[in-house]
Design a protein around this ligand. Structure first.
Ligand code: PFF
Length: 449
């Protein structure tokens, strides 16, 4: 990745594996382990899981390939990428929306990420204060929020290639292993069966437009799509790389981790007679009750939150990278300056979210969608609405403006035998994605009205 802020030296990933790990690192994060279980819980379980998987397959995968292709072709940040492909058009606004969405998601995401650091220590020392009293303690949550913001900055302006690429290679398998251990413990708890049927036996009578919006939003959020993060990461790919298989790997890893997180949470949750529709605090309330039931529970628990913090870090990096790449490519800022300024803006924006979790009661009880808290509202607005809006615009741009015929040339470099797959992606991007997302967005506006 570029470190001096010049176009000519934007840099590339060190290898295909390096890219897959970095992109999977962006995709796998709090979205899989914190957000997926609570959104699934709020939306009735199995039926939501099925909708989610359909969204990943039909919309997520083609869009992932589209974003990577736009990025590698243009070798630019999202704003520059749209400008490079369609000069002088208003399409670059989609890039600006992506930059804005990235900074806004980063703002509240880092608040949650800060909690994971707190939970490492809390679990290790066996402190059993509740999640609410933890988040409503300003002396804990604000410094942790600041700490996580600074960590993100340090990684983004120090080498991503040598730092994150290398660490992700070791840590992702450890996360996987710990998840397997936790699944085994969770499904063997007494009463776990009810959790499994909640998670796997669909009740489609509960599905509404709201469920579909949540499934779409979760798919885009989890795969880091709809705001140009994958355009940016794709811009550092080499022409030799296979965009389609790389994209598929990333989507597969990401989905697997989310499904596994659900397998940890729901059996345990039902075994402990807790409410699956609890909301954003869900994972922080359920997991600390499973750890004590494992040998060396405190250590396993602390290790788990450590990995969660690292997974969150590889995602915050990509959220920060989008705006940074824009300022470096288009405004010729020094990378160092761009990173600190974007992070400072995002920190400021994140303060009301941090305060809304029990510190300033008024911010926790607003007449807004997303559950009432300011953090919930930001998540609703940016993860659900803005990512869906970004996704529809990117698919229309790819399918109708740039068109598969031009994009195919880029995709065939690195994958000469892609064949019929392109036709399938083309149909998805031109018709299915826009139509489905449009229906969901219309439903959304009607329901707000
Ligand atoms: N995909 C990340 C997660 O699931 O935690 C969150 C995210 C990162 C969303 C980067 C969007 C993005 F551009």
């Amino acid at each position: 990745m570029t470190s001096d802020g010049m176009h000519s030296d934007r840099g590339e990933w060190s290898s295909k594996l390096g890219f897959i790990l970095a992109a999977a690192g962006s995709a796998i994060g709090l979205g899989n382990i914190w957000r997926f279980p609570y959104v699934t819980g709020q939306n009735g379980g199995a039926a939501f899981l099925i909708l989610y998987l359909v969204c990943v397959l039909l919309l997520g995968l083609p869009l992932m390939v589209a974003e990577l292709t736009i990025g590698r072709f243009s070798r630019r940040n999202p704003v520059g990428a749209f400008e490079a492909i369609k000069q002088g058009s208003w399409w670059k606004i989609v890039g600006y929306l992506g930059v804005l969405t990235g900074v806004c998601i980063l703002s509240y995401y880092t608040v949650m990420a800060g909690y994971t650091i707190g939970y490492i220590v809390k679990t290790l020392v066996g402190n059993d204060t509740t999640f609410e009293s933890f988040t409503s303690n300003a002396w804990l949550s604000l410094p942790l929020f600041l700490l996580f913001s600074v960590l993100t900055v340090l990684v983004v302006h120090g080498g991503v290639k040598n730092g994150i690429e290398r660490w992700a290679k070791i840590l992702m398998p450890v996360l996987l292993f710990l998840l397997v251990v936790l699944i085994i413990r969770s499904v063997t708890l007494e009463g776990a069966g009810r959790g499994l049927s909640f998670y796997f036996k669909p009740d489609f009578s509960k599905v509404t437009g709201k469920t579909l919006l949540a499934a779409l939003g979760q798919a885009f959020f989890s795969l880091s799509l709809g705001m140009g993060a994958m355009i940016t990461y794709g811009s550092y790919l080499s022409k030799k790389d296979n965009l389609v298989t790389s994209g598929c790997f990333v989507a597969l890893f990401d989905t697997m981790i989310a499904v596994m997180a659900g397998l940890v949470i729901f059996p345990a949750l039902f075994a402990m007679n807790m409410n699956p529709a609890e909301g954003p605090g869900l994972v922080f309330q359920v997991l600390p009750r499973i750890f004590p039931q494992l040998p060396g529970g405190n250590i396993v628990g602390a290790a788990f939150f450590l990995l969660l913090a690292i997974a969150a870090l590889t995602s915050t990096i990509s959220l920060l990278e989008v705006a940074t790449a824009y300022l470096v490519d288009e405004k010729h800022w020094l990378r160092r300056k761009a990173v600190w300024i974007v992070a400072a803006v995002s920190f400021g924006l994140g303060l009301p979210s941090a305060l809304s979790q029990g510190i300033v009661p008024a911010l926790g009880d607003l007449p807004l969608p997303g559950g009432g808290s300011f953090l919930g509202f930001m998540d609703w607005l940016f993860a659900n609405v803005m990512l869906a809006a970004g996704a529809i615009l990117i698919s229309i741009f790819f399918g109708w403006v740039w068109k598969m015929k031009s994009a195919a040339e880029e995709i065939r470099q690195g994958y000469p035998n892609v064949g019929k797959l392109l036709t399938a992606f083309d149909i998805m991007l031109r018709f299915v994605c826009p139509a489905l997302i449009l229906v969901v967005l219309i439903y959304l506006f009607i329901s707000i009205g």
